[in-house]
Design a protein around this ligand. Structure first.
Ligand SMILES: [Zn+2]
Length: 460
């Protein structure tokens, strides 16, 4: 891994002008990922166009006999209007159908730009046979019904929507928002959006305008996830089951449990199609039968390894904290460019699998009656000889660049006085230092956003 990173850094230094002398290895690696989002419309076989970098997600256009079919519809109607005009330079055939790979707003939010053409297309999505609660767009609906609003705030931090451009590199598998923020303009209200056509089978064969498609159930990031298989062209649209990053098996914005076991089983189905082209919901296409097979096999192995090893450790009685030390991706997988933790992280996945099966109790009885944060902080301060000493140690940790420890000590002090301006600022600065060392864009953006919010509190 080390050698690979070094080679990458040298390559980047020579070809990316935005590199600065202070950049950490993590920063350089994340900047390199920006190449995935450079706008480009690829063409595959005779009738498939694939637009990358026109929005936070990718959109495909397939030309049929008398019309066109789209796979996914982006996030922003403004961005999608720009892409629609690009597509219209290729053909003026009317839109017959739009297939939505899964119910996340970044894949359908821009649909209004296409619907405005007035051709009344079929809109396809997947619903589960288990009924409404496992159906399309469950995540947004469940949150809305519970009147949950915090996930939006966490999501905004993860995406870094209000970060200055100087510290926002990208979102791991998508580019940073443009200056007008148009990439984040939602069209359809997420919880309300509904396709016109659903399938509930494991595999649904349909023909639209003379083009054969197979819509295949592929639970993973969501319970309504599908992949779209074009058997004649051997093209596979995998939605967010695969992209160039270790997968986001847990999202730090928070969501229902992402079914990790089903996720790798879906990857297994996908690799058995023997696709010639793998066209993901984010990042660039994978081309060539052998390359697709190898990529999906390593992806499958990585997810399955994390799942199996976590369950193995759980059965040994390990807590989530212990599991994080126990489950490490083997080098031959970790070193693959598409398994770098740009977006998802192995240790977050491990914790999620634990909570997904066992809930919050880690098995250690000490944690059944935990001290409150303020009681623990009082005892900690007393143990180190008083609050002043605790403070000195906290400042010292920052000076010694022990930033995580510094941030943890700040939390003790803030549990004792949440309005301590000096400590709030110190914590914010520690978080921003930690962020610089994180290759995972979601965590990095979250840290920086949180730090800026903390600083805002102080300046008021
Ligand atoms: Zn997505």
């Amino acid at each position: 891994m080390k050698t690979r990173i070094l080679t990458l850094i040298i390559t980047i230094i020579t070809c990316v002008s935005a590199v600065t002398a202070q950049d950490t290895e993590a920063t350089l690696l994340l900047k390199e990922q920006n190449q995935e989002f450079v706008p480009k419309i690829f063409k595959f076989e005779d009738n498939v166009w694939f637009a990358v970098g026109y929005d936070v997600s990718n959109i495909a256009m397939i030309e049929g006999k008398t019309g066109i079919i789209l796979v996914d519809a982006g996030m922003s109607p403004i961005r999608m209007e720009q892409l629609r005009l690009k597509f219209r330079e290729i053909t003026d055939k009317p839109i017959k159908a739009i297939i939505i790979t899964h119910g996340h707003g970044d894949h359908f939010g821009g649909i209004d730009a296409f619907l405005a053409e007035g051709s009344n297309p079929q809109v396809w999505g997947r619903a589960s046979v288990l009924g409404e609660n496992t159906g399309f767009n469950l995540e947004a609906k469940a949150g809305k019904e519970a009147q949950l609003t915090v996930a939006n705030a966490r999501g905004a931090r993860q995406a870094g929507v209000f970060l200055p451009d100087s510290i926002h590199i990208n979102n791991g598998i998508a580019s940073r928002p443009d200056k007008q923020r148009t990439m984040f303009t939602r069209g359809k209200e997420t919880a309300e959006f509904k396709p016109t056509h659903f399938f509930t089978e494991q595999r649904k064969k349909i023909e639209i305008d003379g083009v054969k498609f197979e819509l295949v159930a592929a639970t993973g990031e969501t319970y309504d996830n599908m992949y779209v298989w074009m058997p004649e062209q051997k093209i596979l649209f995998c939605g967010d089951s695969y992209y160039k990053s270790f997968p986001n098996l847990y999202t730090i914005r928070g969501s229902q449990y992402r079914d990790v076991k089903s996720w790798y089983q879906s990857i297994d189905k996908m690799r058995n199609e023997n696709a010639k082209y793998l066209l993901p919901g984010h990042t660039r296409p994978v081309e060539g039968k052998e390359k697709v097979k190898e990529t999906l096999t390593n992806y499958y192995d990585a997810i399955k390894f994390v799942f199996d090893k976590t369950i193995e450790g759980m059965n040994k009685g390990m807590t989530p904290d212990q599991l994080v030390e126990y489950v490490k991706l083997p080098e031959h997988l970790a070193s693959q460019p598409y398994l770098v933790e740009y977006y998802g992280r192995v240790d977050w996945a491990v914790r999620s699998i634990f909570y997904g099966y066992l809930g919050w109790f880690d098995g250690n009885p000490v944690n059944l009656n935990k001290l409150t944060p303020s009681t623990e902080a009082e005892k900690m301060a007393k143990m180190v000889g008083g609050i002043a000493n605790l403070r000195t140690n906290t400042v010292k940790a920052f000076k010694e660049k022990d930033f995580q420890w510094c941030a943890q000590l700040c939390d003790y002090l803030l549990a004792l006085n949440k309005n301590d301006k000096e400590i709030i600022t110190l914590k914010a600065n520690a978080l921003m230092e930690i962020a610089k060392t994180m290759v995972t864009a979601t965590g990095r953006n979250y840290m920086n956003s949180y730090a800026i919010q903390l600083k805002g509190k102080v300046s008021k």
